[in-house]
Ligand binder design. Structure first.
Ligand code: 8DG
Length: 137
């Protein structure tokens, strides 16, 4: 895909527990960057709102209903396979217990220790630590 192509919008959700733990998932076989860790989410469909896409993806992948989401930050990244515009939301309220409906591995993480992470997601981890634990002294 050409780097000039219009970016693809992707809705991404960071589920955050009261203790600050966040949920990561591992990309399945058959997708670009299979085995890499990411925050759950996926491409926004034509005519779909970003938060609606996020709710749909969480229903499909994890079987939960995301009840609220605060837009947090946007990141654009050009991969060899696609030019993506990622819309990250932080969600603290959902209904149901996450289950792996599409065979992916998921992990709740405090300080994120799973590796490797998708390149565009790497900077988020430090920003997230600043959000959860404050600026380093
Ligand atoms: N979900 C998610 N996607 C991310 C993150 N970081 C990052 O660069 N991406 C990129 C990888 C992909 O190019 C794109 C998401 O597309 P995808 O292929 O996983 O989406 P999808 O589930 O809708 O895929 P499909 O229906 O086409 O199979 O966003 C992240 O933290 N979470």
């Amino acid at each position: 895909m050409s780097q000039d192509a219009k970016p693809i919008d992707v809705a991404v959700g960071i589920l955050m527990q009261p203790n600050g733990d966040v949920l990561l998932g591992q990309r399945p076989e058959g997708k670009p960057y299979a085995g890499y860790w990411e925050f759950p989410g996926g491409k926004v469909e034509p005519g779909e709102g970003i938060f609606a896409a996020l709710q749909r993806e969480f229903k499909e992948e994890l079987g939960i209903e995301v009840l609220d989401g605060e837009p947090w930050c946007g990141v654009e990244h050009v991969y060899p396979h696609a030019h993506v515009r990622l819309h990250f939301y932080i969600s603290r309220q959902w209904r149901g217990e996450p289950q792996s409906l599409e065979g992916q591995a998921f992990a709740w993480q405090g300080s994120v220790g799973v590796q490797p992470l998708l390149p565009a997601t790497i900077p988020l981890i430090q920003w997230l630590d600043q959000l959860r634990y404050g600026e380093p002294a």
